[in-house]
Ligand binder design. Structure first.
Ligand SMILES: Cc1cc2nc3c(=O)[nH]c(=O)nc-3n(C[C@H](O)[C@H](O)[C@H](O)COP(=O)(O)OP(=O)(O)OC[C@H]3O[C@@H](n4cnc5c(N)ncnc54)[C@H](O)[C@@H]3O)c2cc1C
Length: 511
């Protein structure tokens, strides 16, 4: 480990956004950057770098494994996987890559994130270094191909070849992924932004503190001066930032670190005996996600073996003509995704497939909070799944199951299917479908919004449109926690674009 303790920038979290910012800032050889990353390097880790092995990472050594509080109308057993490895969740996830839709960015601007509208954000997609390509022909297996065909016929939606080519409301097709089809290697944030320099050794100004935990921010009044760290060996020290501290620890750990450092809702911190440095009521509020549930079929036999990552295609529909963008989404899984139905007493078929109705614009607004002043104790995550007034979220899942059943009736997909396993063909009543699919709901691991960006008049905004923590100096946040609202599409590309924009705001060298 480097003995140096002072840097121009200290970044907490070498994850999705953190990797981008670290890489961009150190393009200037005169700028020094320390990255504090809780997990190990992903270099030479085939278990991490092979995209198709993603499921094997969940719940393992490289997963912080957060849980949820009791969810009275949903599933209280969801494991919220968060990666503990260089590259963060981009080293753990399925790398489905969607440029957020123009309506998603415009919604941010309307929510007070001035300068983050669609027109302003578009160029950052072009800057991304990840290898974003459509699922390669060799990975497009026959059942997924037949599912795409059947969906077109059953629902009358167009096939989309290249979801990032132009904005869409509806469509079915193979996803774009950040991967290298020739060897199924991830093109995660770490692979795309850090490995070239770690391998070439051409960034002596980039200092990675791996398997090192940021325990607390060093604050002088309302000015951030650095970060206290604890290494794997238990050595504690302070890294100071000449310019700024950048917190990129993700939607769970960023608000957690802030609150343990005395930045957050005064009343809550006082109740736990944490000295309050800066009363910021929005820290931990606005916890948003993409909840989804599942319909599972047994197939007549084994499926073709070729695939990029077993969920290679998807579907978007727009039920409400007045809605901006799609309002119902599905992943098609070439596996029987029965973790939650099994808990409800259903059996996993030997061979099967699934469709997962997903709520692009969930109306649930949850909350993350501390339950102890002990930084080792994980925060509580209360997503308030399906507690929205009017039951928009629950109804979206019911509509999804009905549409999925129509697809299952259409050829050439129908011929593959033996029977519906979950919820089961006998479950046809809306209320009954709703009850079952809410209890079997899961997450696609998209928590965001817990330090949301907003205007100076927004009491619950945590950062301003320059990503600076409101009322403080020397500290910004750049990760999924700053999302004011959830994009209709999977969020990783949005996070990478936040990273690019943050680096640009720092002027590359930040001086
Ligand atoms: C299983 C899974 C599948 C997903 N699939 C997709 C998908 O296909 N497409 C998509 O668009 N999105 C997907 N997502 C979501 C997407 O990956 C995340 O939204 C995004 O990567 C979050 O980026 P981030 O920078 O906010 O946080 P992260 O990438 O999680 O980075 C945070 C980093 O900070 C480190 N850290 C945290 N606290 C500390 C601390 N105190 N000290 C030191 N280090 C710390 C962590 O180890 C981590 O590396 C998925 C997520 C998961 C988990």
């Amino acid at each position: 480990m480097s003995d140096q303790t002072e840097y121009d920038y200290v970044i907490v979290g070498g994850g999705t956004a953190g990797s981008v910012i670290a890489s961009r800032l150190t393009e200037n050889p005169d700028v020094t950057v320390a990255v504090i990353e809780g997990g190990p390097s992903d270099i030479d880790r085939e278990d991490v770098l092979t995209l198709r092995r993603w499921l094997g990472l969940l719940g393992g050594d490289l997963d912080y494994g957060y849980t949820t509080t009791e969810q009275p109308r949903g599933n209280s057993h969801i494991l919220h996987s968060r990666a503990k490895v260089l590259g963060g969740c981009s080293s753990h996830n399925t790398l489905i890559s969607f440029k957020p839709l123009p309506s998603d960015w415009d919604e941010w601007e309307e929510a007070g994130a001035a300068g983050w509208g669609a027109k302003a954000m578009d160029p950052y997609f072009g800057k991304l270094r990840n290898n974003i390509v459509r699922v390669a022909k060799k990975d497009q297996n026959q059942i997924a191909t037949d599912w795409v065909e059947a969906t077109k016929t059953a629902l009358g939606v167009p096939e989309v070849v290249g979801f990032n080519d132009k904005p869409f409301d509806e469509g079915v097709g193979f996803f774009d992924l950040s991967y290298h089809p020739e060897n199924n290697k991830r093109s995660s944030a770490s692979v795309a932004y850090l490995h070239p320099h770690m391998e070439a050794g051409d960034r002596p100004n980039l200092h990675l503190f791996l398997e090192t935990w940021a325990t607390k921010l060093e604050l002088e009044g309302k000015i951030a001066r650095g970060v206290h760290i604890r290494t794997k060996e238990g050595v504690e020290k302070l890294l100071t930032a000449r310019n700024e501290v950048l917190v990129c620890a993700g939607a769970v750990d960023t608000p957690r670190l802030l609150m343990h450092s005395g930045i957050g809702p005064k009343k809550d911190l006082e109740a736990l005996g944490i000295p309050v440095v800066h009363d910021l009521p929005g820290v931990g509020e606005n916890l948003i996600d993409h909840p989804e549930s599942v319909i599972v079929w047994e197939t007549n036999g084994p499926l073709p073996g070729n695939s990029a990552m077993d969920s290679d295609a998807g579907l978007f529909v727009k039920r409400d003509p007045d809605h901006k963008g799609p309002d119902l989404m599905f992943h098609f899984y070439q596996i029987p995704f029965t973790d939650n139905p099994e808990r409800l007493g259903y059996e996993r078929p030997e061979h099967g497939v699934s469709m997962t109705p997903n709520i692009p614009k969930s109306r649930a607004r949850g909350r993350l909070y501390l339950t102890s002043a002990d930084p080792e104790v994980k925060p509580a995550l209360d997503f308030r799944y399906f507690e929205d007034e009017g039951d928009y979220d629950g109804q979206t899942l019911v509509d999804g199951i009905k549409l999925a059943r129509k697809v299952a009736e259409a050829e050439p997909f129908k011929k593959w299917l033996k029977r519906e396993v979950f919820p089961g063909p006998e479950v046809t009543d809306d209320a009954e479908i709703s009850e079952l699919v809410r209890k079997a709901a899961h997450t696609v691991y998209h928590p965001a919004g817990t330090c949301r960006m907003g205007a100076s008049t927004d009491e619950l905004a945590v950062v301003d449109p320059e990503l600076k923590i409101r009322g403080m100096a020397g500290i910004r946040i750049a990760d999924a926690s700053v999302f004011p609202t959830m994009p209709a599409v999977n969020p990783m590309i949005g996070v990478l674009m936040v990273g690019e924009k943050c680096a640009e705001m720092l002027g590359g060298d930040g001086r």
